[in-house]
Design a protein around this ligand. Structure first.
Ligand code: GAR
Length: 208
């Protein structure tokens, strides 16, 4: 039986594209992307998905109010309904820039995966590459992790490192890191889809 992946994306969609291409090349055994859901009607990820024949759904977050008036509960129940219909085994966040609330998380415990452009637990939240540069680290990287109620705080599935070069700025570092992200996400999903695992506290146990 295929491992059903649902992608949540808000923007460009390069991680989504890399995952879709890896599945096409049979590098993520048994996986199938059954849908991409975006909170942003303008997300380039939607076009990429349509080109690949992957069903897309837009739940326009802005139509649920902005800023302090954002009705998170209604947005989230719409999202839960759409994702539920897709019957996911794994939900993959690929540049999904809204926080998932408790109601969503409790529907899919230990089934939601995210990629973050830093070596967690360093530099959580937005513009992690800039945070790393501002801090002056010489090595950074990316992290694929389970999503829990803590921002970028769930147990780690896979990480890779990248050297920060003296001439790096936020753009160059983000671009170089993106390639590493794609590799790491594909590797992590390959492991999750083909190996038995247990989440033991914060540690992954492979083939327990
Ligand atoms: C990626 O760098 C991803 O790690 C980051 O957004 C970018 C999305 O690019 N995600 C976060 O910062 C989440 N905290 P993409 O749309 O081309 O995959």
């Amino acid at each position: 039986m295929a491992v059903r992946l649902v992608i949540l994306a808000s923007g460009r969609g390069s991680n989504f594209s890399a995952i879709a291409e890896a599945i096409r090349q049979k590098k993520i055994p048994g996986a199938e992307i059954v849908g991409l859901v975006s909170n942003n009607p303008e997300a380039p990820a939607l076009l990429l998905a349509r080109e690949k024949g992957i069903p897309t759904t837009i739940i326009d977050a802005k139509s649920f109010g902005r800023g302090k008036l954002f009705d998170r509960a209604s947005y989230e129940s719409a999202l839960i309904e759409v994702v539920h219909r897709l019957s996911p085994d794994l939900i993959c966040l690929a540049g999904y820039m809204l926080l998932l609330g408790e109601s969503f998380l409790k529907h899919w415990p230990n089934q939601i995966v995210n990629i973050h452009p830093s070596l967690l637990p360093s530099f959580r939240g937005l513009r992690a590459q800039k945070q790393a540069l501002d801090y002056g680290v010489q090595w950074t990287g990316c992290t694929v992790h389970w999503v829990n109620e803590e921002l970028d705080g769930g147990p780690i599935i896979a990480q890779e490192i990248l050297e920060v070069l003296p001439q790096d700025d936020e753009d160059s570092l983000s671009t170089r890191l993106l390639e590493v992200e794609h590799r790491t996400y594909i590797k992590a999903l390959g492991m999750l889809c083909s190996q038995a695992y247990q989440i033991d506290g914060r540690r992954m146990r492979w083939n327990p």
